[in-house]
Structures are given as C-alpha cells and as structure tokens.
Design a protein around this ligand. Structure first.
Ligand SMILES: [Zn+2]
Ligand SMILES: [Zn+2]
Length: 159
C-alpha cells in the first residue's frame, strides 16, 4: 500500500513541476536571470547555450532531496527527488529534443500532441526579448495553441 502512496506523491511532484517550470520561466528566466536565458531566444553560434546552466541549476533541488533522503532515511524525500528528476528528463526530451531538435529524433512526427507542443513553444520563441512573452509552459499546452493545431487538421482534411 505504501508503495502506491510513494508512486502518487512522485506523480504529484512531477505535475507540480510543470507549474514550477512555468513560473520560473516566466518570472525568473525572463526576469532577473534573463542574462542566462537570452541566448536561447536569439540566434547564436555553437551547440551549447548559456541557457544550459538552468539544467544544472534545476538538478540541485533533486540532488539535495536524494542526499537528505539518504541522510535521514526518509523515503518521501526520494519521492520528491524522483518527481523533480523525472520532470527534468521529460523537459529535456520535449524541449531540447522534440522541439529544438538538438538530437534529430521524432523530427517528422505527425502526432497531434507533439505538433501542439512545437507550435506552443514556437510562439514562445517568436519573442526575442524578455518582455511581453507568451506560452511559458512546457508539457501542458494552452487551449488556444491546441485549437490552432485542430483547425489546421480540419483545413487539411478539406483539401
Ligand atoms: Zn523563454
Ligand atoms: Zn526553447
């Protein structure tokens, strides 16, 4: 029974991380830490970005949870650490691979969710400055972007 609870807590933390990532992206990365995020919004040379430091920064709370969980023998901290870690992996898969194609996987995917993700994040990248951005989330696609992809599908069916 307790394992079901561990599982549920891990999933809940994973879900909450979408909100944390959204808020961090909107208010911190596009706020006082824009100096690290800016090169992700502007054309640049080379594969690595200053923005990649955020992957390192975001791994710290997860590492701390595992370390403290081990120190105090507290399984709940492992659940929280796992939720954050899994979100980090999903974020990398979606943002860096599926959307930005740093590795050329899923490049021709016709999957509706993948196309919705790409469109929503494309709208985020339309803005080259920190101010007046939109679409700060990652795994959850806002309704207006989902609707746009559905409309496209309907138009395609007509011709
Ligand atoms: Zn951004
Ligand atoms: Zn991006």
């Amino acid at each position: 029974m307790i394992y079901i609870l561990y599982f549920l807590v891990t999933i809940a933390v994973f879900g909450a991380m979408e909100w944390v990532a959204w808020a961090t992206h909107k208010y911190i990365m596009h706020g006082f830490m824009w100096f690290l995020h800016a090169d992700h919004h502007q054309p640049h040379e080379g594969k690595m970005e200053k923005n990649d430091w955020f992957a390192v920064i975001f791994s710290i709370p997860s590492i701390l949870c595992f370390a403290l969980g081990a120190k105090y023998g507290n399984p709940w901290l492992y659940c929280v650490g796992s939720g954050i870690l899994l979100y980090g992996i999903a974020y990398f898969l979606v943002h860096d691979i599926i959307v930005h194609q740093r590795v050329k996987w899923f490049s021709r995917s016709k999957n509706r969710y993948i196309r919705q993700l790409r469109w929503a994040h494309k709208m985020h990248h339309k803005h080259l400055k920190a101010e007046n951005g939109e679409s700060f989330g990652f795994l959850f696609v806002e309704k207006k972007y989902r609707d746009k992809i559905k409309r496209d599908e309907q138009l395609q069916q007509k011709d």
